[in-house]
Design a protein around this ligand. Structure first.
Ligand code: DAH
Length: 355
């Protein structure tokens, strides 16, 4: 019997037996591996007498195809058996209890920033951002607060170098400067973000949040400022009427400057915004000082406008009845679970940024 016939008979009978994947792979490499039986027959072709060579090669190819097809077939068969076995075992048990999962909550400060942004977007303000690490020029000098100005002492500044050139911004007002240096008037922006001062007690935290507002155009006056703030406060606290007063104040970057108080009263231990004869300070504002406009190459004889700075944490505390500012930043999961907002259960007054 020729070698070829021997190989064929032997391996056909092996392949027709019961095999597992390991055994099948072994057979495959015995036949077709580098020095496998079939591979070596191919190497022999050159040394076979010319008269027999053609037939030998053709027989060899037939046998090779036959064995290869059988191996493929067996491989499919084994894999199907495996898959079926797995499927048998993996039946879904619909009676099993669901796995526990914890859904995160939106922090009241983030929620408040979203609400503020959506209210101002509706009346044409766009949203700007600036970095927490600022330079001294944007944070003070450009805002008409030169080196020896006493207002600098009011901000307990965290300086980042000995020359006092870099600092953690003490307010969001430097975003006014960045915005105006970057573009041409008119400007109508708000800029919410983190701010820093070296101060800590029940109503102060070294990191807190402000939202800056800036509206510069032809002929903007204090009436526009009043109207805008009045609208915002009513929308934010969801009240129809609001008692509001402008108290004269001083900020280097505005002239005239004012602080705004809103009226409130306590009823059954709850704070009611917009009524009563108590006053609560919530923001600083004014008409942008001509020096600030000059510093950002805006002509104050052509353009003017107002600016304001609101403490966000204060607003969140008032609206959501939180009485210690420090709890905002304690990262206490139980606290967040209580005061946070379910991302899928959006409060009725929430309009979303896109509306
Ligand atoms: N930057 C001021 C502060 O942090 C708040 C402020 C007051 C901002 C008046 C303004 C403004 O834009 O016009 O206390």
């Amino acid at each position: 019997m020729s070698d070829l016939k021997k190989i064929k008979d032997e391996y056909l009978s092996k392949l027709n037996g019961k095999l597992n994947l390991l055994e099948l792979n072994k057979i495959k490499s015995e036949l077709f591996g580098k020095n496998g039986l079939v591979s070596s027959q191919f190497k022999k072709i050159g040394s076979i007498a010319e008269s027999e060579r053609k037939k030998f090669a053709s027989d060899l190819n037939v046998i090779k195809d036959e064995l290869q097809n059988l191996i493929e077939f067996k491989l499919d068969e084994i894999q199907n058996v495996e898959i079926n076995k797995k499927l048998e075992k993996e039946k879904i048990d619909v009676t099993l209890p669901e796995r526990n999962f914890v859904r995160g909550k939106i922090h009241p400060v983030s929620q408040t920033i979203d609400e503020i942004s959506s209210i101002f977007s509706e009346i044409g303000f766009s949203i700007e951002e600036g970095p927490d690490v600022e330079n001294e020029y944007n944070n003070f000098t450009a805002l008409n607060t030169p080196d020896n100005h006493p207002a600098r002492d009011m901000h307990d500044t965290f300086y980042l170098d000995e020359k006092k050139e870099r600092l953690l911004r003490t307010h969001t007002s430097p975003v006014q400067i960045r915005t105006m240096l970057n573009d041409k008037p008119p400007f109508k922006i708000i800029a919410p973000g983190r701010t820093y001062r070296s101060d800590s007690d029940q109503t102060h935290s070294p990191m807190f949040h402000q939202v800056e507002g800036l509206h510069i155009d032809n002929g903007i006056n204090m009436g526009h400022l009043k109207g805008c703030l009045n609208y915002f406060i009513k929308e934010f606290f969801e009240v129809k009427k609001i008692k509001m007063r402008f108290r004269p104040s001083h900020f280097p970057f505005t002239e005239p400057s004012a602080e705004v108080d809103i009226g409130y009263e306590m009823k059954n231990g709850k704070i009611i915004i917009g009524e009563g004869d108590q006053w609560l300070e919530i923001l600083g504002c004014g008409m942008v000082h001509p020096n600030v406009l000059k510093n950002v190459k805006v002509d104050p004889t052509k353009f003017q406008g107002y600016a304001f700075g609101i403490g966000i944490d204060r607003l969140a505390m008032l609206k959501y009845g939180i009485n210690d500012l420090r709890s905002f930043f304690d990262c206490d999961y139980r606290w967040l679970n209580h005061y946070g907002f379910d991302p899928l259960d959006v409060p009725t007054n929430y309009r979303g940024l896109s509306r």
